[in-house]
Write a protein that binds this ligand. Structure first.
Ligand code: HEC
Ligand code: HEC
Ligand code: HEC
Ligand code: HEC
Ligand code: HEC
Ligand code: HEC
Ligand code: HEC
Length: 411
């Protein structure tokens, strides 16, 4: 009898320790840790990062971390560099120098060796990776005198290290990043010199990726409110409600990064918040250029608003076809169903005779939003003499007559 009691107590103990261990490894489930602010916006609001959103918006969080947006910038480490560091595969050979991409004690860096004269060498650490790695990755180095883009980039389609786009075939001086690159590839960065853009950043205070708070604004207050909220104590108005934006405000949020270079910068790009009017912050020098000459790279906004679908309907914006929380690359059926939501049978239907339609009749985007080689985004491959353009799907929705044939390849 005594033995049995001891046995039961033992079982209880084991169970109890097991539960404690389980709680220890999975983390606390009931009480939340204090909010850790990564950076403060100029308006005083804190950015806390998407890991915190997981508590209450688990579904959105889990699809969001698979998007190109979320992955478009990360702190570089040898595991997230897509290119090979193996000897023989890790060199970009220029006219006057070789750049080797290598690592020491687990820290990746680019090593340049001049081929002639004193054969001097330079080492630059790789600190921030720009690009989700769908097409490529470029790397930034954080030096005492500023943040710079490195000359060796990685190109995914051909799996090779390349000379970064727009660099000459010689060892170039390090290129200051300033807000360029950052304004479209990170959520928030603040120059150490508050007043202007001095190319000096504390990279530990950067909110990397195009994260939740890029589109929703800094969310410290929202989370503090929701965690303390036990029901009927007021309404949470700390975030801009994106569903209530006007069409232009909604477009402007996406256009802040998808309407070309906008190199006519009027105000600090990192002061822009959802709901703001973009033309008060920046303009394109070529904003009066006719639409057909706009480049497909990074200007989905300019192309879309030149399309008849856009001008002849009053509600179309980017969200009409894109779910901002999901990776929808190659979901052809989903996109085509969006076309058909307006182009049902009848006078809105495709006028191409079915005899000419070929086997891809239901794939509207293949013929009306074809993939077109970019004039601006070109890379110099080791194996090819000439610059090779990158193909990007145009957002000028139109009739492309040469697309009415059968042999169009399925991308
Ligand atoms: C403690 C729970 C909690 C956390 C953490 C949290 N939220 Fe929320 N959030 C809510 C609740 C509850 C609502 C619904 C509020 C309502 O509409 O009444 C909400 C609503 C929202 C909305 C819709 C607001 C609107 O008016 O349309 C957005 C956007 C949002 N949250 C973004 C975020 C982001 C981004 C994070 C992470 C930085 C986050 N939330 C973290 C609880 C939370
Ligand atoms: C005006 C916004 C903007 C600026 C500025 C910008 N980019 Fe981009 N970048 C984009 C967009 C948008 C894409 C997605 C492809 C497209 O639409 O053309 C992209 C794509 C990329 C990619 C390919 C990512 C992939 O794997 O698909 C890399 C690498 C990249 N950019 C690096 C840079 C670097 C380095 C700089 C600074 C010299 C820079 N970008 C400046 C908006 C920008
Ligand atoms: C690229 C911009 C973008 C990013 C990044 C983004 N959102 Fe949103 N979010 C939107 C837009 C736009 C809407 C409004 C959608 C609509 O009009 O249907 C929205 C709506 C919401 C809503 C309210 C409606 C709903 O679907 O429940 C919540 C909550 C939300 N987002 C949370 C988040 C969280 C959490 C993250 C990060 C894990 C995030 N969002 C990342 C653009 C974004
Ligand atoms: C802070 C700048 C920024 C904002 C704001 C932004 N994007 Fe992007 N977006 C990018 C960059 C950069 C890329 C390229 C990411 C990569 O591949 O590295 C991208 C990629 C995309 C892609 C391609 C995804 C894929 O799978 O390759 C889509 C679609 C897209 N954005 C739609 C939107 C929409 C819709 C909005 C507005 C709700 C928006 N973006 C707002 C910067 C931005
Ligand atoms: C919000 C509704 C809407 C959506 C979504 C939409 N369209 Fe349209 N589209 C229109 C309207 C309205 C017109 C103008 C019709 C007219 O002038 O008779 C149009 C015109 C067109 C034209 C003729 C263009 C020209 O220059 O003559 C084509 C082709 C077209 N759409 C294809 C598409 C495809 C492909 C998709 C999906 C990627 C799509 N549309 C999505 C509303 C829409
Ligand atoms: C009528 C539907 C439609 C609308 C509206 C629309 N898109 Fe797209 N978008 C698409 C389709 C279809 C693709 C191709 C998806 C794929 O290849 O998987 C795409 C692809 C993209 C890409 C990736 C391009 C590439 O080749 O790398 C970006 C970036 C993008 N859209 C941004 C935007 C932005 C920003 C807006 C608003 C200005 C917008 N889109 C409005 C249908 C649309
Ligand atoms: C194989 C290529 C191809 C496919 C697939 C295709 N179209 Fe077309 N579409 C064309 C061509 C070419 C024309 C011009 C035909 C003509 O001369 O009238 C056209 C015409 C149109 C028009 C009328 C344009 C005008 O001048 O008013 C619309 C709208 C349209 N297509 C929508 C769609 C939609 C929606 C889908 C998907 C269900 C689709 N198309 C699929 C090639 C295609």
């Amino acid at each position: 009898m005594k033995k049995k009691a001891l046995y039961i107590i033992g079982l209880f103990l084991i169970g109890f320790i097991g539960i404690k261990l389980f709680q220890y490894t999975t983390g606390p489930t009931e009480e939340y840790s204090d909010l850790k602010v990564i950076a403060y916006h100029y308006n005083g609001q804190g950015y806390i990062g998407s890991a915190t959103c997981m508590e209450c918006h688990k579904d959105i969080y889990e699809t969001h971390i698979k998007t190109a947006h979320y992955n478009t910038s990360v702190f570089t480490n040898i595991d997230n560099i897509k290119g090979s560091l193996k000897t023989g595969e890790n060199v970009v050979s220029l006219q006057d120098a070789d750049i080797t991409i290598t690592e020491r004690d687990g820290k990746p860096f680019q090593h340049a060796q001049i081929k002639y004269g004193d054969k001097s060498t330079f080492d630059w650490g790789m600190d921030i990776t720009i690009g989700s790695g769908l097409k490529g990755q470029s790397y930034l180095t954080d030096q005492s005198d500023g943040l710079f883009q490195l000359q060796a980039s990685y190109f995914v389609p051909t799996d090779e290290w390349i000379n970064s786009p727009n660099y000459t075939n010689r060892l170039n001086p390090l290129r200051p990043v300033n807000d360029m690159c950052l304004k479209c590839h990170v959520t928030f960065a603040r120059s150490k010199d508050n007043a202007s853009n001095k190319n000096q950043y504390d990279i530990t205070k950067m909110v990397l990726g195009v994260d939740c708070e890029k589109c929703h604004g800094p969310a410290e207050k929202h989370v503090a409110f929701q965690r303390n909220s036990t029901g009927a104590n007021g309404i949470d108005s700390s975030l801009v409600n994106l569903t209530s934006l006007s069409r232009q405000q909604s477009l402007d949020l996406c256009a802040s990064c998808h309407s070309g270079l906008r190199n006519n910068q009027i105000r600090n790009p990192f002061t822009f918040l959802p709901g703001d009017t973009l033309s008060n912050f920046s303009k394109n020098y070529q904003s009066l250029r006719p639409s057909k000459t706009l480049d497909v790279h990074g200007n989905q906004y300019g192309l879309l608003i030149s399309s008849k679908c856009f001008t002849a309907s009053d509600q179309m914006d980017c969200i009409t076809c894109h779910d901002p929380h999901k990776n929808q690359r190659n979901e052809q059926e989903y996109f085509n169903s969006k076309c058909l939501s307006c182009h049902k049978q009848g006078d809105m239907h495709c006028t191409l005779p079915s005899t000419k339609m070929g086997k891809n009749g239901s794939n509207c985007i293949q013929c009306h939003m074809p993939v077109i080689p970019s004039k601006n985004m070109q890379v110099q491959l080791k194996t090819l003499e000439n610059a090779t353009p990158i193909g990007i799907r145009t957002h000028l929705i139109a009739v492309y007559p040469d697309r009415s044939v059968d042999e169009i390849q399925v991308e």
